[in-house]
Design a protein around this ligand. Structure first.
Ligand code: ADP
Ligand code: MG
Length: 403
């Protein structure tokens, strides 16, 4: 259970090192709207450069389905990386073609080469082992070692994550090492009280985490769209709020298990109900037993936790020594439904102990609401990867590094 680390690579001077990063950043009309994942890759790249290596960087972006698609080119990301690193960063317009091979051979110590989007080649995500192995052997041609630092993809058995690590000497980068260390601290030797806050839209995405974390935590606070399946399971009328009827039984099981384990499952006491799913909808705050008793009747939708709930959640979070939060408390993309998420983020920033934000939308939410990375103990760069880790699943991209 120990990842191989950068130190085990020995002398780096004059070597060409291949690194897998996760530059899957949100883009709007070709403009990067949140460069958090690029910034998170800097420490490892800088460490390799400082050791005198030439660094070849690879990543995916979006889901181009195995064919080149200029909308998903890594060119804009390469430019941003160059600005942040302040060293020459070259860009190869292919991954294992003649351009990349030529540029890699010409790369000098202290220089960086970014390859084009890995997912322009169908072999990257192929379900055929031999195809991924072939792609990995081409990616690793001429490199002395492989550094795996794309935490957001370590739950994927893909050529640049798994097979590349089998092909040449391989280690975890600093980001992967930090992420796994923080997440491990959420499952072993946690300082109490330990509170987990879950939200977001889909209850089905989070059931595995609830199941695995329930025996470890003291309190589980639930908000977001997923809470309405819980409220429904408890017999409340929820109007037109999100609900996953096929999960009602599992939710009841977890509620009972929590009682047996002495875990407090804390649900909202009030919610913000809207007339329609729109930024300018009419809204009203109601108690959870009156969701259908508003002027909107059964067509009202719960789109945020209410102010009383925000205050209760904030108090429980601030009095904890370990907090993990995944999933916004409401439809934070619309200001009218962002207050619950803001209250939770604010409370997390005051935790005396370890506070971790996980999940793509949650990380985007805290930055969009004006919080800084330094306000929290850790903001995970991996949504699916961090959840699968906390579910206790084995992650191929970590196992291959010795985990
Ligand atoms: P993360 O990416 O952090 O894991 P999720 O993907 O699970 O989070 O959920 C994020 C989405 O949940 C956001 O787009 C948000 O608008 C939505 N959401 C939160 N609360 C509600 C709600 N009450 N009704 C509908 N959607 C919601
Ligand atoms: Mg999401």
């Amino acid at each position: 259970m120990a990842l191989r680390t950068l130190e085990t690579l020995g002398e780096l001077g004059g070597k060409t090192i291949l690194i897998r990063c996760d530059f899957n950043v949100p883009l709007s009309d070709g403009v990067i709207t949140d460069d958090g994942r690029i910034r998170a890759s800097l420490p490892t790249i800088q460490r390799l450069l400082a050791g005198g290596a030439a660094v070849v960087v690879m990543s995916h972006l979006g889901r181009p389905d195995g064919v080149p698609d200029t909308r998903y080119s890594l060119a804009p990301i390469t430019q941003r990386l160059g600005e942040l690193l302040e060293v020459p960063v070259h860009f190869a317009s292919d991954t294992v073609g003649p351009v990349a091979h030529g540029m890699r051979a010409a790369l000098k110590p202290g220089e960086v080469l970014v390859l084009e989007n890995l997912r322009f080649d169908p072999r990257e995500t192929s379900t055929v082992d031999a195809e991924r192995a072939e792609f990995a052997s081409l990616l690793t041609l001429g490199v002395a070692a492989f550094v795996s630092d794309g935490f957001g993809v370590v739950h994927r058995k893909q050529a640049s994550v798994f097979e590349a690590a089998l092909t040449v000497p391989s280690v975890a980068g600093l980001l992967v090492a930090t992420e796994t260390d923080v997440l491990r601290r959420l499952t072993t030797d946690t300082q109490r009280p330990y509170t987990v806050v879950l939200g977001g839209s889909k209850v089905s995405d989070k059931l595995g985490v609830i199941e695995h974390l329930l025996p470890h935590v003291d309190r589980l606070l639930i908000g977001g769209g997923m809470v309405f399946t819980f409220l429904k399971a408890m017999g409340y009328n929820i109007g037109a709020s999100l609900c996953e009827p096929d999960r009602l039984e599992s939710v009841k099981t977890y509620l009972n298990r929590a009682t047996e384990l002495g875990v407090d499952i804390v649900l909202p006491t009030d919610v913000v109900v809207a007339s329609t799913f729109a930024a300018d909808a009419e809204t009203v705050v109601t108690r959870i037993d009156e969701i259908e008793a508003t002027a909107f009747g059964a067509s009202g939708l719960g789109l945020d936790i209410g102010p009383e709930t925000s205050a209760i959640f904030a108090g429980l979070i601030e009095s904890s020594h370990t907090v993990f939060w995944n999933g916004p408390m409401g439809v934070f993309e619309m200001p009218a439904f962002a207050e619950g998420t803001r209250a939770v983020a604010n409370a997390l920033s005051k935790v005396n102990g370890l506070s971790v934000v996980g999940g793509g939308d949650s990380a985007a939410a805290v930055r969009a609401l004006g919080f800084h990375d330094a306000d929290f103990g850790h903001i995970s760069t991996g949504g699916g990867a961090s959840l699968e880790f906390l579910e206790g699943k084995s992650l191929p991209g970590l196992e291959v590094l010795g985990w």
